[in-house]
Design a protein around this ligand. Sequence first.
Ligand code: GDP
Length: 424
Amino acid sequence: MANCAIVGINWGDEGKGRMVDLLTEDYDVVVRFQGGGNAGHTVINEKGKFALHLLPSGIFRDGVVNILGNGVALDPKNLWTEMQDVMAKGIEITPDNLKISDRASLLLPWHRDMDELEEMRLADKKYGSTKQGIAPFYSDKYQKKTILAGELFYPEELKSHLADLMEWKNLTLTKVYGAKPYTMAMLEEWLETYCEKIKPYICDIGAFLKEAHASGKNILFEAQLGSLRDLDYGIYPYTTSSNTTAAYAPIGSGLPSAKIDDVIGVVKAYSTCVGEGPFVCEMFGDEAEELRKNGFEYGAKTGRPRRVGPIDIVATRYGVEVQAATAIALTKLDVLSYMDKIPVCTHYLLNGEQTDRFPFPSALKNAKPVIEYFDGWKCDISGARNWDDLPKAAQKYVTFIEKQIGCPIKYVSVGPERDSIVIR
Ligand code: GDP
């Protein structure tokens, strides 16, 4: 069978975790290839309800090997805490079903401090960071100022490397931000408390994936966030600090030669966006509050209320293009069941002209949404399992979106549970 990437088409929180959890049945290996513990996937299955941040969503399936690739921001503290939470709910995590790339860079304790200090400095100009240290981590990775997970196996060299990095980072912490410096004792405690715990899971992922690929294993690549948060293609600077696109999956996973056959783009039936930045289709007031409540749109990591709006065809079409999606999973259609009329942002108005093209980030603040309304279906659709179970108005809504974004909608999700799905 083929390799597949499951990616977000919009601003994140589309329900990727739910789709990975469903589709892992057909895969042997699930790889996270970018991002860190700054967002969350919510997964509900027969084992319970879980909020995952770093662990791949295949962790619940017996026989699936889950991988954290070299492209992730590997935060030992967050990861170990999350592993303990998941294990406490009866899920087995061993070096057989979780493997960490020796080439993944470690998110160091000061990365979280740097994130917090910089957001404080920015005050009302802040980016809306989740303060998990992701941006400082990736900046340092590209400056070659982090530690590779595999260095934990070379303790002498590791200590002197950490001491050098600490000396450098303390300059910024103390002289730029007036914060307290780190000491080696603090880092040694961090190594002992967290890094030692994850060490048994660290291995040569390149070799593992090469072997898995050669022996015909099916590999699923799991992305975090969505197209519009991609560092290069998103709404910069309100993006994340990594590439959320399927094209990055082979690089960030440890199998740069991998060919990705299927790209499943996850699109939410309406729009949500966490944090700051332009969000053309945003709804406000009671209308927004009602949608937020019905969709339970509060951040998995932060609990922050998400900004909401109707589905944005312009942004979604762009997201599909950027991901080179071959099929779409449309999620949370059931959430719209309360609406009499369903708004859809079909175009943007920019400088007095109607456009279908997603504008350059700086132009987005001047774009206005053009809204069309569709008939609602006003009934519970969460029990639908076949296309014909969906009311005509819901079918019309789905086929309209499909035509507009130019990619087949293969899955329609009508609830958070594993089997609440219509497969076309
Ligand atoms: P991810 O980061 O893309 O995995 O998305 P999140 O986990 O942040 O957000 C998706 C949320 O919607 C989770 O709470 C899911 O349980 C829930 N969810 C996913 N699909 C559906 C669906 O079709 N209907 C409903 N009502 N909830 C869903």
